[in-house]
Design a protein around this ligand. Structure first.
Ligand code: GLN
Length: 534
């Protein structure tokens, strides 16, 4: 029978609930258990696909093409779980399905209400994941902070579920903040007491408290928290700040969190292996042999989370090369104002990530031009491939006004455009080309040297495509097409002949990179950047 761990957060947001959940997943996997993770998001959007990165951060794409919360990215990077659309439950999705059922007459005769209909649907969605593939544990992270109106139905659902499952089959972990007050030189437990009080008001008694703190918690402080919050002293776990997120599972292990969870869930340990993670991930991050400087040129660079998976994949690529990556976040609109020299002359490699809309596009094109003519290693992702195609069309093929029809519908040279099937689509949500797709790789290319495979599968999230009408012109001028989706003859990858390393891809390799198994393109991009730096 699958057991459950429910994770809630209190006091303030941004305490790192996603990373805590992923780390607990990793820790339990290291004990030989099979885990999966679910993120419950209280917003009313069906998925984050149509949200601005300023609202939501990155949209993470799963194999089956679901547009999901970025915490699923942490889950997949830390654990072996393969996630799908079922692993991200939103209020919008729940209501959508309840309202459809109501219209079909499935509640005939009843008033449809938050309790029991919405809460039943939430429980059903959670249990659906647990049915799958003999999982030992499903970790369910509830988004938001305790006390939010929006998350109440989710909390009520997990309260009921724990009750139904009975003792030893589900536990509640609450992530909270124990702030250090400088003037008093003390850590304060009151916010945690209030937060747990709020949880208990709605019937949830946490079993474990993860206390984020910048100072170590003394036994006295732990005892105090235990007493006021009604948990065992051993269940007050300190979660101190660490220098890399990948160290969090090790820190939890040191605090004996794994032993505690296993005991509370009546599970026995089948294995024991975090050595590899410690040696090949954390130790390498902490002891790099060299530093490499990469510029990420985008328009959401002030936002920590907008390109989360890209930043992580760069770190992974650096780990694979025993290096530390210094990421310079460059605003593409600044490049338009000041020119690329100002920001990119001290850089070893340039990356242009995905994006939507015309703001900052010309700055990205200038950055790519700079990378191409100065022979600086370049990795383009999605929009970063499309803008590389536009740059090449304009400056190497003489197609002066070349553009994507996303930015100029009337361009004379629509080198990036919509396929006929996309032109018909009116709805914006969930209608892009989404999810995993196979791609053939040509031997003798930089891409093949990275993958060393003739067929790969990568995740997509875009509407526009390379326009095949221009393929021959590009080819004559030295562009190479190492990857094509054969059934529809779609260009998925471009490279340049007379350049040490210039690879741009229509898909999102960053979603498949792991700290102990860097994505081949990121690994080779960093390798090329290191070569460029010496
Ligand atoms: N805006 C482009 C498209 O829709 C690129 C999307 C992206 O970079 N994810 O095709």
């Amino acid at each position: 029978m699958t057991k459950y761990i429910f994770i809630t957060g209190g006091v303030v947001s941004s305490l790192g609930k996603g990373i805590a959940s992923a780390s607990i997943g990793k820790l339990l996997e290291s004990k030989g258990l099979k885990v999966s993770l679910i993120k419950c998001d209280p917003y009313i959007n069906v998925d984050p696909g149509t949200m601005n990165p300023y609202q939501h951060g990155e949209v993470y794409v799963t194999e089956d093409g679901a547009e999901t919360d970025l915490d699923l990215g942490h889950y997949e990077r830390f654990t072996a779980a393969v996630l799908s659309k079922d692993n991200n439950v939103t209020t919008g999705k729940i209501y959508d399905s309840v309202i459809r059922k109501e219209r079909r007459g499935e509640y005939l005769g009843n008033t449809v209400q938050v309790i029991p209909h919405i809460t039943d649907e939430i429980k059903y969605s959670i249990k659906k994941v647990a049915e799958d593939a003999n999982l030992d544990i499903v970790i369910v992270e509830i988004g938001g902070t305790v006390g939010d109106i929006e998350s109440l139905p989710f909390l009520e659902a997990i309260r009921q579920l724990k009750q139904e499952l009975g003792r030893g089959n589900a536990i509640d972990i609450h992530l909270t903040l124990v702030p250090y007050i400088k003037s008093a030189d003390e850590v304060k437990t009151k916010p945690t007491q209030h937060s747990v009080g709020k949880l208990r008001e709605i019937g949830i008694q946490p079993d474990i408290l993860l206390c984020r703190s910048e100072k170590s918690l003394s036994l006295d402080v732990r005892k105090k928290i235990a007493l006021f919050c009604n948990v065992e002293v051993e269940a007050v776990i300190q979660a101190l700040d660490v220098s890399t997120i990948y160290e969090v599972p090790l820190m939890f292990k040191k605090e004996l969190l794994d032993e505690l969870v296993l005991r509370l869930l009546n599970l026995s340990c089948r294995a024991h292996d975090l050595k590899h993670w410690e040696r090949d991930v954390v130790r390498r991050i902490k002891n790099p042999e060299r530093t490499v400087k990469i510029a990420v040129v985008g328009k959401y660079i002030t936002l920590q989370d907008a390109y989360k998976s890209i930043y992580e994949a760069l770190i992974h690529g650096a780990i694979a090369n025993n290096a530390k990556v210094e990421i310079k976040k460059v605003d593409s609109e600044e490049i338009m104002r000041q020119g690329p020299h100002t920001y990119l002359s001290d850089i070893d490699g340039i990356l242009v990530p995905g994006g939507f809309g015309s703001r900052g596009i010309e700055g990205k094109i200038q950055a790519i031009h700079f990378a191409r003519v100065n022979k600086i290693p370049y990795l383009g992702i999605c929009l970063g491939m499309q803008t590389a195609v536009i740059e090449f069309a304009r400056n190497a093929c003489g197609l002066k006004e070349a553009n994507s029809t996303e930015f100029n519908q009337k361009t004379r040279y629509p080198v990036i455009s919509l396929l006929r099937e996309q032109k018909k689509i009116k709805d914006k949500g969930g209608t892009m080309r989404l999810g995993a797709c196979k791609c053939f790789i040509k031997k003798g290319t930089s891409t093949y040297s990275a993958y060393k495979k003739i067929q790969v599968s990568e995740r997509h999230r875009h509407r526009y495509e390379f326009n095949n009408k221009f393929r021959n012109i590009f080819k004559k001028k030295g562009m190479v097409f190492p990857g094509v989706f054969r059934p529809k003859n779609l260009v998925e990858i471009i490279e340049l002949k007379s350049h040490p390393w210039f690879v741009a891809v229509q898909f999102h390799p960053e979603f498949k990179s792991k700290p102990d198994n860097a994505h081949p393109l990121f690994r080779e991009f960093i390798r090329a950047a290191i070569k460029n730096s010496v």
